[in-house]
Design a protein around this ligand. Sequence first.
Ligand SMILES: [Zn+2]
Length: 136
Amino acid sequence: MNEAALSLRDFNRLFPDEEAARAWFEDSRWPAGPVCPACGSVSDAYWLKSVRRWHCKGCTRQFTVTAGTPMHRTHLPLLVWAQAIYLIIVSSKGISAVKMAEMLGVSYETAWHLGHRIRAMMAERNPQLSGIVEAT
Ligand SMILES: [Zn+2]
């Protein structure tokens, strides 16, 4: 891989907290505003703070930015996903699940699943990863 990764300082500036991570995943997936996976309406939803989900005004379904992606039904904060993606991208020789668990403060099983799904997303060149991979 010859793509440049962000510096750790830039990463931390881009992802200071969970809200920033959510905004980043949403902006990269939905440049024109949230897209309802049920009815396809664009930017016609409002954020429900209490349940942390978008509510579609058209069809009343609720959804999040991970719907229909390998991150679907994740129980992990999006910030941890962003950190895991970053670790994988900057580890040119690969990173073990043991090491990733240690660095992220999650269990080995969680780290293993994160690595597995992120590598799958990288293989299909998921646009959600492009900001971390290509931004300089
Ligand atoms: Zn809808």
